[in-house]
Design a protein around this ligand. Structure first.
Ligand code: 13P
Ligand code: SF4
Length: 346
């Protein structure tokens, strides 16, 4: 990759260990879920869950009429819900986006420490300095950023809509700053030909996929289709049959004729893939091998901070309320609304 356009700092983001939740048997899980359902009714609350969180949480969201979705749909869903309380099971930027778009609602999260290496790797002050150095450029930020970073942006995009929005801006002759994911940025740049200055951030989960190990696995399963989230490194993307958002990858499992799939994204997605295509075989893209640090091993340590246990406590105590400074919100909502309006009119 040409790094001449990368911001100067490659950041070391501190990755927490995966939390170890107490193991519950089926009866205990069902009892806990029933208690949570009652509390949700009492609070007029709805669950907005990402595909990467614990399978029991995804199931609970569906059983209670909430949503299980990618980050674009999670943002949209909250604005259409008449619940008083949105409980976002995912990572902090998802809770912040829900609050920015729904300031009148209470937004709760099972754990407010559930962040994201992309968000952590893009401190608002340093990002503002980077933008100030290129005032002629339109600022496009990935949704996996803080409210302050979104407040500095012209556009927010998710992986589900990044290509279309950047193509649109490129067609209008705009030059861009892109932050924070350098892999997604490089992919979008390659696909659209847009002039983009890339911030030097990455996802610790997708960074773990290894190109040479994927090549070996493909040789063992020559009929398997390779599905890749675009936060993955270039040598993974280059081996993909489909590159897309979490929703696009789930759709591919349903629609493609293949019986086997190698999946390069967080393995929390397997629950929904298996539900939508029960007869198909799913293999996780390899994270092991030379050079692997296995900080995350195909499961996001921050997504793993969401569990039935802390969801119940959050609801009972009405704690972990997502708060956004009103001045920041006023600015950040503009770049998110632009994305949602673009999505509605495409
Ligand atoms: P999606 O928008 O594709 O769900 O991706 C969110 C994310 O954090 C992937 O790591
Ligand atoms: Fe962030 Fe990666 Fe976790 Fe997605 S999987 S929330 S990009 S650290």
């Amino acid at each position: 990759m040409d790094t001449s356009h990368l911001s100067p700092t490659l950041r070391a983001v501190k990755v927490p260990p995966h939390p170890e939740w107490p193991v519950l048997n089926r009866a205990e899980i069902d009892q806990l879920k029933n208690r949570i359902k009652q509390w949700m009714q009492t609070r007029n609350a709805v669950l907005v869950a990402h595909y990467y969180v614990d399978a029991e949480l995804q199931a609970l969201a569906e059983e209670t009429g909430g949503c299980v979705a990618d980050s674009l749909e999670m943002a949209r869903y909250g604005t259409q819900s008449d619940a008083d309380v949105l409980i976002v099971c995912g990572v902090r930027f998802m809770g912040e986006t829900a609050k920015i778009l729904n300031p009148e609602k209470t937004v709760l999260m099972p754990d407010l420490q559930a962040t994201c290496s992309l968000d952590e790797g893009c401190p608002p002050d340093e990002f503002a300095t980077f933008c100030d150095q290129h005032p002629e450029r339109t600022v496009v930020v990935y949704a996996n950023t803080s409210a302050q970073v979104k407040a500095r942006a012209d556009w927010t995009v998710t992986s589900g809509i990044a290509l279309e929005i950047v193509q649109h801006l490129h067609n209008q002759g705009e030059k861009l700053i892109w932050a924070p994911d350098k892999h997604l940025g490089r992919y979008v740049q390659h696909m659209t030909g847009a002039d983009m200055l890339l911030w030097d951030g990455s996802c610790v989960v997708h960074e773990e996929f290894k190109g040479f190990a994927l090549e070996r696995l493909r040789r063992l399963h020559p009929d398997a289709a390779v599905l890749v989230h675009p936060e993955s490194p270039q040598d993974i993307i280059e081996q993909a049959d489909v590159v897309g958002s979490t929703s696009a990858l789930i759709q591919a499992v349903q629609q493609m004729p293949n019986q086997q799939f190698i999946v390069a994204t967080d393995d929390g997605i397997f629950w929904k893939m298996q539900q939508m295509a029960p007869g198909k075989t799913l293999l996780s893209a390899p994270t092991a091998g030379e050079g692997a640090t296995c900080e995350s091993c195909a499961h996001c340590p921050w997504m793993a901070m969401n569990a039935l246990q802390n969801l119940e406590n959050t609801l009972i105590e009405q704690r972990n309320i997502v708060q956004i400074d009103p001045a920041i919100r006023e600015q950040a909502v503009v770049s998110i609304q632009r994305m949602l309006e673009f999505a509605a009119n495409r």
